[in-house]
Design a protein around this ligand. Structure first.
Ligand SMILES: C[S@@+](CC[C@H](N)C(=O)[O-])C[C@H]1O[C@@H](n2cnc3c(N)ncnc32)[C@H](O)[C@@H]1O
Length: 201
């Protein structure tokens, strides 16, 4: 069985680089592997606290890009091209605020949303599924045709339903594991490219 090491190399690397979490390395890996971001891009980051992904995205989009993060918790965003909103993504007013702050269609939506886990497997899967579907619905409203989405996914019985929903909205859907995920973790990332446009699906 994989051993849980709270202070493994990614944890130490995050501390050394002053990053708020090891999560940053997962997105770095995905950006490098799938060429997800170009300078000047507009990105919405769902479930952004404490801000590891925001740090990576701030650098990737550069000074002419725009990143809008949102989370139930307050996240620091000490970069001029990034804003972090506090709110519940299930609340339409929060989603409208993200759209407003983006100021135009997103090239990429990233979602690292995770519910507060209860330890009850069925309940945790249902909560994760609900958040993922809300993230997809939101992405369908804000992403430009041809745009991309990356979303955290927990392996469970809903897997085929999730893949089918993403495949209706995007031309290409892949599932990736990152080296920076904790050993033994069932965490996966969906990488969806070539958004078909709001009318699809
Ligand atoms: C794994 S953390 C994200 C880590 C982040 N990507 C980073 O790099 O620092 C998952 C986040 O999802 C947020 N979250 C869960 N449910 C949410 C909701 N309904 N609306 C907004 N954020 C939510 C949690 O508050 C938590 O901060």
């Amino acid at each position: 069985m994989a051993r849980y090491e709270p202070h493994d190399k990614f944890y130490r690397k995050a501390r050394e680089q002053g990053l708020p979490s090891r999560a940053a390395f997962k997105l770095e890996e995905l950006i490098a592997r799938f060429r997800l971001v170009r300078p000047g891009a507009r990105v919405a980051d769902l479930g952004c606290a404490p801000g590891g992904w925001l740090a990576v995205l701030a650098g990737a989009v550069g000074p002419h890009g725009r990143v809008v993060g949102v989370d139930l918790a307050v996240a620091r965003a000490p970069w001029p091209n990034v804003i972090a909103l506090a709110g519940d993504i299930r609340d339409p007013a929060t989603r409208e605020a993200v759209v407003r702050e983006l100021g135009g269609a997103a090239d990429l939506v990233t979602s690292d949303l995770s519910p507060k886990l209860t330890g009850i497997v069925d309940r945790d899967h249902a909560l994760s599924f609900e958040l993922l579907m809300i993230a997809l619905d939101f992405a369908r409203v804000v992403i430009r045709p041809g745009g991309m989405m990356v979303a955290k996914l927990f392996m469970g019985g809903d897997f085929p339903v999730i893949i089918a929903a993403f495949a209706r909205a995007f031309g290409k859907v892949e599932v990736a594991r990152t080296r920076a995920s904790r050993p033994g973790s069932s965490e996966l990332y969906l990488v969806a490219r070539d958004f078909r446009g709001p009318a699809a699906g």
